[in-house]
Design a protein around this ligand. Structure first.
Ligand code: ATP
Ligand code: MG
Ligand code: MG
Length: 554
């Protein structure tokens, strides 16, 4: 196996180990906010943090960053845990920022006592105006120099629910003239009379992300707190908050930033994904068109293919956009090795072998996966009437058409060589039957001369009498634009592809009678298909996962 060079965060860790940081103090976390389902972007962060945990044999906490009760729900907590498990990662502890609400409150009180925080009673508009702009320093507001006593009294009353939302906030007292806008007395707490999914109605004030995140890292003694590049400017504030509480005997967390995953032809913000769900543009967070982990899983993605994808894209400090086709490439590579081959016909036309005996069937041997000999063989039924794909026949075909037409020969996969003879058409002029003759000596695997005969093409088929009718859901990209959320004048919703889902009936070979949700197959010559969890013994439902070839280049 080839040695991979270290990515920049591994290099930072190696350096700190060299400089004496104890290896057993390495500790990481993955900190989702439970305000939506995980998406493929989160997978990058998961693979990074849990990958470091595995590499350094260090704990990785699952920390729910649940400081905004307005948007958070237990459903999301459960979904996040399920997705993490499915991706194949084990967290050390399951923790919640909300578990630290009392500690965070106590630290805030201490900061007030040290004149490092104050209650501001202005409107959010006035606070925003005083903040200035990147080119203009901010100005101190009228409440900035309130006495410690008054601040303590007000903050306590805020906590007790004595004031309406928006009437007061707690702000850190830093520097209204800082060149970093985030350092201009940032908010630490706001009043929210909301029910929290874990703390219920205990709190009427909730900490802001910037305050809660670093302090939570400190509580958990996270050594390397890894986030995406949007937080570069927040690092100064992260460090300032830590300065207020840091005890020199403890590990001091450090924040490091890497480039988030951007993928074309999709959106990844949870807010936008929620909009797709709420406006019924998709059928839930796990709709197979969604870039969520649960959507990809339902579509037929394997956890291994997602981990492989994260491995290939790597970890760096520069933003870029990854082609969706790379994700599909990783999937195809995996499924090619693992998915059993079967025959299915999705746009059927009847084929009648005129010289094949009536009321006869044979069960032919078919290989399950030519890439994996251990996958073995199965039997498929064959008789006089079959279905083939409509597009595999042309009455009059150009010379480069390597399929069936009148007077030409093809092989039926695992079966015989047939020759096109004539067609029957319905009143509208559409072909309703194709009549062919077969070469009785040409049976695949029989060893006869005719079985070795080369013909222009091989077609898949199913036997009419034994075929199972199934529902097949065909998906196209959800957005018709490469960067749907990058347009100034238009919403990403303006680029939703109206034809992203097509539901058809198809026929599959009878070996699929007892498939279970989540089973994956290659329908030969068509692509990879996953049994949907809407599937039952009465109605089998397949999702088309991905075609055999890259269709994005077209
Ligand atoms: P979104 O912006 O999509 O709503 P978020 O960043 O608000 O996502 P969190 O639940 O806060 O979502 O994210 C949990 C972790 O996943 C964070 O450390 C965040 O940096 C990381 N993360 C989120 N999106 C991506 C992405 N596209 N690429 C890499 N990491 C990501
Ligand atoms: Mg967030
Ligand atoms: Mg975000």
């Amino acid at each position: 196996t080839e040695e991979k060079s270290l990515h920049f965060i591994e290099q930072i860790i190696e350096e700190s180990l060299t400089n004496g940081f104890p290896k057993d103090k390495l500790r990481f976390r993955f900190p989702p906010e439970p305000n939506g389902y995980l998406h493929i972007g989160h997978a990058k962060s998961i693979c990074l943090n849990f990958g470091l945990g595995l590499k350094y044999n260090a704990p990785v906490n699952l920390r729910f960053d649940d400081t905004n009760p307005a948007k958070e729900e237990q459903e999301y907590v459960d979904a996040i845990k399920e997705d993490l498990r499915w991706l194949g990662f084990k967290w050390n502890e399951e923790l919640y920022s909300s578990d630290y609400f009392q500690q965070l409150y106590d630290w805030a009180v201490a900061m007030i006592k040290n004149s490092k925080a104050y209650v501001d009673s202005q409107s959010s508009e006035d606070i925003a105006i005083q903040k200035g702009s990147p080119t203009q320093p901010g100005v101190d507001g009228p409440y900035r120099n309130r006495s410690v006593e008054e601040n303590l009294k007000l903050f306590d009353a805020m906590k007790n629910g004595d004031y309406p939302e928006g009437s007061h906030v707690l702000r850190a007292k830093i520097d209204m003239k800082s060149t970093n806008m985030l350092m201009r007395d940032p908010l630490m707490y706001r009043i929210l009379h909301r029910h929290h999914h874990r703390t219920g109605n205990d709190w009427n004030i909730y900490p802001m992300y910037d305050y809660a995140h670093g302090e939570s890292d400190y509580v958990e003694q996270i050594s390397h707190s890894i986030c995406t590049l949007e937080f570069v400017m927040h690092r100064e504030l992260y460090n300032w908050f830590l300065d207020q509480i840091y005890d020199h005997d403890k590990v001091r967390p450090h924040q490091y930033e890497f480039a988030r995953l951007n993928l074309n032809y999709t959106v990844m913000s949870k807010r936008k994904l929620l909009q797709l769900v709420q406006e019924n543009i998709v059928n839930g967070w796990d709709d197979p068109r969604m870039p969520t982990i649960s959507g990809l899983r339902r579509r037929g993605y394997t956890a291994a293919s997602i981990r492989k994808f994260c491995d290939i894209i790597g970890v760096a400090k520069r933003e870029n956009v990854i082609d969706y086709s790379l994700l599909e490439f990783c999937l195809r590579e995996d499924l090619n090795k693992t998915a059993p081959r079967v025959m299915a016909v999705l746009d059927p036309v009847k084929l009648i072998i005129t010289n094949y005996p009536e009321d006869t069937e044979e069960w032919l041997e078919a290989e399950n996966n030519q890439e994996d000999f251990s996958a073995g063989f199965r039997k498929v039924p064959f008789s006089k009437e079959l279905y083939i794909e409509r597009e595999d026949f042309l009455e009059e075909a150009p010379s480069k058409f390597f399929r069936l037409s009148i007077g030409r020969e093809v092989r039926l996969k695992n079966a015989y060589i047939i020759k096109g003879e004539s067609v029957v058409k319905d009143a509208a002029g559409n072909i309703s039957e194709i009549h062919v003759t077969y070469d009785v000596d040409s049976k695949s695997g029989s060893g006869s001369d005719a079985s070795q005969r080369k013909v222009a093409g091989t077609l898949h088929w199913v036997c009419v009498q034994h075929a199972l009718e199934v529902e097949v859901r065909l998906y196209d990209r959800l957005f018709s634009d490469e960067a749907p959320d990058s347009h100034k004048e238009k919403s990403f919703l303006d680029f939703v592809n109206p034809d992203s889902l097509e539901i058809i009936k198809g026929f599959v070979e009878p070996s699929l009678a007892n498939v279970q949700a989540g089973e994956k197959f290659q329908f030969q010559r068509l692509g990879y298909f996953n049994v949907d969890f809407d599937s039952s013994s009465e109605k089998i439902v397949f999702n088309k996962t991905v075609g055999l070839k890259d269709a994005w280049e077209e």
